[in-house]
Design a protein. Sequence first.
Length: 473
Amino acid sequence: MRGKSHEEQSAASQSLAGTLDAVFWLDRPDTPQPVDALSGQTTADLVIVGAGFTGLWTALVAAEADPGRRIVVLEAETTAFGASGRNGGFCEASLTHGLANGLAHWPDELDTLLRLGDENLDDLLDTIDRHAIDCDAERTGRMDIAVEPWQVDELLQLAEASSRLGVDHAMLDTEAIRAEIDSPTYLAGLWHRTDAAMVDPARLAWGLQSAARSLGVVFHDNSPVCSIKRSGAGIEVQTDRGRVMADRAVVATNAYRRPLSRIRRHVIPVYDHVLMTEPLSTDQWSAIGWGNRQGLSDAGNQFHYYRRTADGRILWGGYDIIYHFGGRVGPSVEHHAPTTRRLAQSFFHTFPQLGGLRFTHRWSGPIASTTRFTCAWGTTHAGRVSWAAGYTGLGVGASRFGARVALDLVDGLTTERTQLQMVLRRPFPFPPEPARWLAVQATRAAIKRADRREGREGLWLRTLARFGIGLNS
Ligand SMILES: Cc1cc2nc3c(=O)[nH]c(=O)nc-3n(C[C@H](O)[C@H](O)[C@H](O)COP(=O)(O)OP(=O)(O)OC[C@H]3O[C@@H](n4cnc5c(N)ncnc54)[C@H](O)[C@@H]3O)c2cc1C
């Protein structure tokens, strides 16, 4: 990102006066009331820990497959409290955090992963229709945008790989991209027209919860799980005020710490920040176009993602990824004024026509990142507990797939999904602290340098890449 002009800096400061520190998607009059916390002892066939997308899809898929199964979901806060209620709402087919990452890690199984990803997105959207979930889902596709000359070459290479792999796409030159969406910073765009839908993530999560409840799944909010132990032939899941004696459990806590510490070897929480504008006027929309409503992101290693909302706002997020020493998560690390300011400045750098527009909401959330940028899975407690975590910044769609794998694993099933190399092999682990913190900072600095040097990676990033390791959002 180039230096910011005085006008951009002053537009950014004005736009942030009066911005609420709140998640737009959760700041709604129709936010559901919390359900009762677990108190005392109960029994279940399957306990799910965490009511984000992974936990919700696990519950719904399991209940639809076996209506007699007694399923209990335990959530530390309320449904969609975590990343699932705070994200950009890009619901993508990719299970591999994009095509380039898929090619880098699983060239031999990429055809299968692409097919499974397309099926997953189709089935996810069918489920939204079947349960009449009102989450403003629109299959608009998404577009990568080159804002530096070196990024045009990268997009051309990606377009060539897309053609080879039969992935639907259109390459847009400067004139064509600016006819779609007008920004003076745009040089080219690669539009994947069918492989993404935009959704309202919180409404999707609440709708999944309601669908699962209609099938008999029992939810408990404000019920943090503190331990999971073997107990006879089953397991005992303990919360602060209650206990579930169960046959099996799926842990879907993603970036959060408890209750399985072994996930921390493979998954770290990195904070991603988001701004939401007020609704644009008709004139403001005319000034930028964007009639096809695609999800957009710029093509640098550090990138912004942005989209239109159903009520005419722009969500603008990304760029910085912030790791807090020891993997801290929670309110004490959620606000970072310099990052918010940088985001606002880059917004007006991209859309100078929108000077005067204000941001109504700012927030952040923990992205669960792995060194290969995709979900990891595992089992513990002699196979009675499975876990899925670490989608990095692309878990809205992939979490349905992650949930299905976690369910296959905990049910002891061998399926096409469980036989994937992506599932069988775990990502390279992160080192323990303090080396973890130092490695993340060194990698962030190296990524910034690469973006400044026309994408050319230095020794540190090249060495990591040789081991299939990286850092992303
Ligand atoms: C700012 C931001 C933007 C993003 N944008 C996108 C995007 O546009 N597209 C995309 O595909 N992905 C995006 N992502 C990633 C995506 O949101 C996540 O991958 C996805 O929501 C993960 O869902 P999950 O259910 O696994 O995790 P979460 O939604 O984090 O759910 C985990 C749940 O577990 C609960 N929990 C934790 N510990 C316990 C415990 N001990 N007991 C009980 N419950 C517990 C938490 O309270 C939480 O509700 C974004 C993420 C962030 C943070």
